[in-house]
Design a protein around this ligand. Sequence first.
Ligand code: TYD
Ligand code: MG
Length: 457
Amino acid sequence: MSKIHKAYFCQSCGYESVKWLGRCPSCGAWNTFVEELLTKESGSGGGFSFLPQGNAKPQPVDSISIAPEPRMGLGSGEVDRILGGGLVPGSMVLIGGEPGIGKSTLALQLALKNPLMKTLYVSGEESAQQIKLRADRLGGSGKSCYILSETLLENILAHAQELKPNLIVIDSIQTLASKRIESSSGSISQIRDCAALLLKYAKETGTPVLVIGHITKDGVIAGPKVLEHIVDVVMQFEGDSQHIYRILRATKNRFGATSELGIFEMTGAGLREVSNPSEMLITHHDEPLSGVAIASSVDGVRPFLIEIQALVSTAVYGTPQRSTTGFDIRRLNMLLAVLEKRAGFRLASKDVFLNIAGGLRVTDPAIDLAVAVATLSSSFDLPIPAGCCFAAEVGLSGEVRPVARIDQRISEAEKLGFKKMFASKYNQKGAKKSDGIELIFAGKIEEMLHKLFKQNG
Ligand code: TYD
Ligand code: MG
């Protein structure tokens, strides 16, 4: 017997309450509680028995035998690498990202690329004709890719039972609705219930399910946190939809490392994998320009060189402007304060603009030094000598701090033909010497600037 049960859910974190609340006690958000109707199986407590039911038994870890998981390659080197070597049967993968970033394009492209893989592509957002138009742009074989424009979960699963696909794509979880829940699609209880049913289907039939999820304006996947807890892999699709580069990274992976990332380029015919990002992110100038510095950065385990551009000019207004693209503005303010206080450069009355080329967002602290030298280079209109790159963090007392994975940074720079790399002297021990690139170490920012600029006066 089941009865209707009412509850209030915070739409931002999924907190459940029996009464309406103005402020969520869990996440602190205001006015996010919405009433939702649930059907709840009754009598679960009364007939409870302590006798084991079902076949699962506790067993020692040593006695568990594992069959090698046959992974299903998706035909995209980058995606397979992020997944840790392909999709695991019965796994559920969530892809999150901003609107227009290319989630639907990526999923459709994966389905079309693999003619041997029967895919059921369920779309609650676009009609079959719209998807056909997109598929024509992307090219590839459409014989084994079945499109279903449907939002009712029970129907989707019934079609899946019949079709027996090798992969199910759900675009997107926020558009699905289950008959068992009264509230509208996209609500917390709908998302939670649909995800649980999809997971059950995946585990029972061994079919991997790729779920697309919307993100909120704060950049987290919309819906309850449980969504991220129950899926096996969470991938985030990042980047600026105005720029052509997109980064796909795993933020959770039960079957592999989360440090992998893939870089894609959005072209007129879908997403193209970028296997050598450094070459694309650096512009080759015929003559050295002031305000440009190259940083050797690492994201996850992947090294790449990026171009930092700074423009420093005299402030027109009383309060100087500071603006950044792809870099934390507070970090820039801190670096400017360090340059002012520790190295004696007068930047307080200057406007400073900073830009990371390619539309990427970089959080690696190792680009600090490149940001500092790009700023000074622009301020004095003194170009940084060609062939130099930087990898060090700058501390509050003006110390040049060591960074992780220095060897990878050095070899990436060397591979791209850089002749000199500036790093912290505390990295000196760990850094392998190489003939192709000269390593210059310093412990203080003043010392570093002296070593850099003394060569051209
Ligand atoms: P889409 O995949 O629908 O994004 P999402 O599902 O994440 O909301 O579309 C991404 C954008 O990419 C869209 O604005 C159009 C553009 N695009 C291309 O530039 N080239 C292409 O081949 C395709 C299919 C889309
Ligand atoms: Mg979409």
